[in-house]
Design a binder for this molecule. Structure first.
Ligand code: UFG
Length: 328
């Protein structure tokens, strides 16, 4: 039986495929390659297509004996979602509803869902726990929350069991240096600072230094992409063994400011990073730090690359070897 990974050619999806192969799972990958890279898929059976295409989806389910789904395929840019919310509802929500409908039709009753810290919006308290208020401050977070609710109802009506994983800031690259982050345009902090270190950008703009934090810049909780992928393996195990639905945060429980991240990149690369102070980016909460106690306790999740320098070192290895991403 196979595990279907949607969005398996994307940044997090491709690291997931690598871990599943390592765990000797039989993997089927679906990706429309709008954002993903075929070269990032290190194994499994690949299908090029879109989850909104019913005939395509039917073919995938018909040709494979799918046991469980790990669902990444989605748009994930907060800023873009604010400018074009319907694009996000269409790709994220409609795709997932199609996928769930197909799962129901073929009797597939396990799904691990890629959710986000953006479901919380501006947090009421830090660290954020799974039972904290969910009040997204952008359409991206709204689409992920809408899907979590659909999952809950699909569970109670059809018995489709789910684990929803709310990621904080995914970062780093595969330890081998073979796969890593390659977005176009790049909007995430660590790859942008590494591009400055590589001489591909002149400077990094710090989006606001007047937040109520110790150095005025935003604080985030960075989690290594392989640790994230490992949490999905544990989620799958729990669905197989216990068949219980649940929601977990995934972060390291430690916050780093934008300036601290830039300094750490400077130390790892040995390059002095030029910075400029810019305006705040719309919709950025000052502090987002997770409590991941629940997944540690219930699923025995143990992050391995849980220190910022190590996370940056793995990303640096990838970026140095692939300065133009998968093209190089
Ligand atoms: N930042 C800068 N300059 C840049 C890029 C980012 O100062 O050039 C700052 C941002 O303002 C933010 C921090 O660096 O304070 C991290 O920004 P990222 O864009 O790397 O990540 P986000 O925290 O905005 O977004 C991440 C995920 C989203 C998810 C969100 C949850 O990428 O998918 O966390 O809030 F929705």
């Amino acid at each position: 039986m196979s595990v279907l990974v949607t969005g398996g050619a994307g940044y997090i999806g491709s690291h997931m495929v690598a871990e599943l192969i390592e765990a000797q799972e039989d993997v089927v990958v679906v990706d429309n390659l709008e954002k993903g890279h075929k070269e990032a898929v290190l194994g499994g059976k690949f299908y090029y297509g879109d989850l909104r295409d019913n005939e395509f989806l039917d073919k995938v389910f018909k040709e494979n004996d799918i046991e469980a789904v790990i669902h990444f395929a989605a748009y994930s840019l907060v800023g873009e979602s604010t400018g074009d919310p319907l694009k996000y509802y269409n790709n994220n929500v409609v795709s997932t509803l199609n996928l769930l409908t197909k799962m129901k039709e073929y009797g597939v009753n396990k799904i691990v869902f890629s959710s986000t810290a953006a479901v919380y919006g501006e947090p009421e308290q830090v660290p954020i726990r799974e039972n904290s208020r969910t009040q997204p401050s952008n359409p991206y977070g709204e689409t992920k929350l809408a899907i979590e609710k659909a999952l809950k109802w699909a569970d109670s009506a059809y018995g489709i069991k789910y684990v929803s994983l709310r990621y904080f800031n995914a970062a780093g690259a595969h330890i081998s240096g073979k796969i890593g982050e390659d977005h176009n345009p790049e909007t995430h902090l660590i790859p942008i600072v590494l591009q400055v270190a590589l001489g591909k950008r002149e400077y990094v703009t710090i989006f606001g230094d007047d937040y109520e934090t110790h150095d005025g810049t935003c604080i985030r909780d960075y989690i290594h992409v392989t640790d994230l992928a490992q949490a999905h393996i544990l989620a799958l195990k729990q669905l197989r063994e216990k068949g219980e639905s649940s929601i977990y945060n995934l972060g390291n429980g430690q916050g780093f400011s934008v300036k601290e991240v830039i300094n750490a990149v400077g130390e790892v690369t040995g390059v002095k990073i030029r910075t400029e102070i810019g305006a705040r980016r719309h919709g950025d909460p000052a502090v987002l730090v997770a409590s991941s106690d629940k997944i540690k306790k219930e699923l025995n999740w143990k992050p391995v690359y849980n220190d910022l320098r190590t996370i940056i070192e793995t990303a640096w290895k990838w970026h140095k070897r692939h300065p133009d991403g998968f093209k190089s």
